[in-house]
Design a protein around this ligand. Structure first.
Ligand code: HEC
Length: 112
C-alpha cells in the first residue's frame, strides 16, 4: 500500500487532526505546508462559489469570471484577501496564506 493511498484513506480524519494540531502548536509553525487550490476551494470557497450564492461568481463560469479576470489576478487577490461586498475576507479561510487564496482563485478560474 503506497503512502498516497494511505493518506487518501485517512484524509477526512487527518484534516480534523491537523486543524486541532495547528491550534495546539500555535507559534510552532507546525503547518503541513500549503494546501492546494482544490483543497481550499473544496473546504471554503465552494460554499458560495459552487452554487453562486449571494451573487458569487460560480466556479468555471466564463460569463461570471471574464469581467473579473480582466481586472488582473492581483486585484482579484486583493479583493479576496480583504473582502469585497458580500465576499468575506479570505473567503472565510481564516488561516489561509495569500498563496493558498491565490491557488484557490486559480482553481476556480482554471481554463477561463
Ligand atoms: C460567504 C460566501 C463566499 C465565500 C465562502 C467565498 N466567496 Fe468569493 N465571493 C463571494 C461573493 C458574493 C462575491 C461577489 C462579490 C461582488 O462582486 O460583489 C465573491 C467574489 C469573489 C472574487 C472576485 C472579486 C472581484 O474582484 O471581482 C474572488 C476572486 C473570490 N470571491 C475568491 C474567493 C475565494 C478564493 C474563496 C475561498 C477561499 C471565496 N471567494 C469564498 C462570496 C463568497
Amino acid at each position: 500500500m503506497s503512502k498516497e493511498a494511505i493518506a487518501d484513506r485517512i484524509k477526512p480524519l487527518a484534516k480534523v487532526y491537523v486543524a486541532g494540531e495547528q491550534q495546539a502548536d500555535a507559534g510552532n509553525a507546525g503547518s503541513s505546508g500549503p494546501r492546494s487550490g482544490e483543497d481550499v476551494y473544496g473546504s471554503f470557497c465552494v460554499n458560495c462559489h459552487g452554487s453562486g450564492v449571494l451573487g458569487a461568481p460560480k466556479k468555471g463560469s466564463e460569463e461570471a469570471w471574464k469581467p473579473r479576470l480582466a481586472q488582473g489576478i492581483d486585484t482579484l487577490l486583493t479583493h479576496a484577501w480583504n473582502g469585497y461586498n458580500a465576499m468575506p475576507p479570505k473567503g472565510t479561510c481564516g488561516d489561509c496564506s495569500k498563496d493558498e487564496i491565490k491557488s484557490a482563485i486559480e482553481f476556480m478560474t482554471k481554463g477561463l
